[in-house]
Design a protein around this ligand. Structure first.
Ligand SMILES: Nc1ncnc2c1ncn2[C@@H]1O[C@H](COP(=O)(O)OP(=O)(O)OP(=O)(O)O)[C@@H](O)[C@H]1O
Ligand SMILES: O=C(O)C1=C[C@@H](O)[C@@H](O)[C@H](O)C1
Ligand SMILES: [Mg+2]
Length: 174
């Protein structure tokens, strides 16, 4: 597999968790756009949003997407990467896009257990469960539009990796 693999989906669907394991299984590199921004700006998502607003963060994450795109790489994107048409188009044209889909209730329980507020500042000002329902309703169509493949992300990470490998239908080496 030489084309980049982009993992998309809502906060808590497991893009980072599954991405690390998938890259290991494929013998690929792994990058995460949120982590890339954290290390390149030395600011958390909350810091960037406080200084530049969500608009500034979205601009930076679109640039990060282009910077991290490389052959033989599994790329965990931020939950809002699909919001920009240009990002969806870029991912579809430059690699294989996998939507890790899970219902709001499961996402909320994962995020309540590990909120990581610095990297996941509130998007709506509402409690996590309400926010996830609202955000998923607004974005589900965009995740589906972006994706070449949709994978059930409610199972344990190792099973999700196997499901992704099955849809990729490819040798496990870059
Ligand atoms: N398949 C899974 N089963 C159970 N827990 C999971 C699974 N995938 C991820 N988690 C847990 O859910 C939390 C969020 O996972 P992760 O950070 O990978 O999500 P993400 O999609 O990268 O979120 P974000 O969009 O905020 O970056 C973590 O605490 C992780 O351990
Ligand atoms: O769903 C979102 O809009 C976000 C998800 C995270 O991955 C971060 O990219 C950031 O907190 C925004
Ligand atoms: Mg992540």
């Amino acid at each position: 597999m030489t084309q980049p693999i982009y993992l998309v989906g809502a906060r808590g669907c497991g893009k980072t968790t599954v991405g690390v394991a998938l890259a290991q299984a494929l013998g690929c590199n792994f990058v995460d756009t949120d982590h890339y921004l954290l290390t390149s700006t030395k600011m958390s998502v909350a810091d960037i949003v406080a200084q530049e607003g969500w608009e500034g963060f979205r601009r930076r994450e679109s640039m990060a997407l282009q910077s991290v795109t490389a052959p033989g790489t599994v790329i965990a994107t931020g939950g809002g990467m699909v919001l920009a048409d240009s990002n969806r188009q870029f991912m579809r044209e430059n690699g294989v896009v996998i939507y890790l889909r899970a219902p709001a209730q499961i996402l909320a329980s994962r995020l309540e257990a590990f909120p990581e507020e610095g990297q996941r500042p509130t998007l709506t000002g509402r409690p996590i469960t309400d926010e996830i329902v609202e955000v998923l309703a607004a974005r589900e169509a965009l995740y589906n539009q972006a994706a070449h493949h949709v994978v059930d992300a409610t199972r344990p990470p190792a099973e999700i990796v196997e499901a992704v490998l099955a849809v990729l239908n490819t040798a496990r080496a870059c």
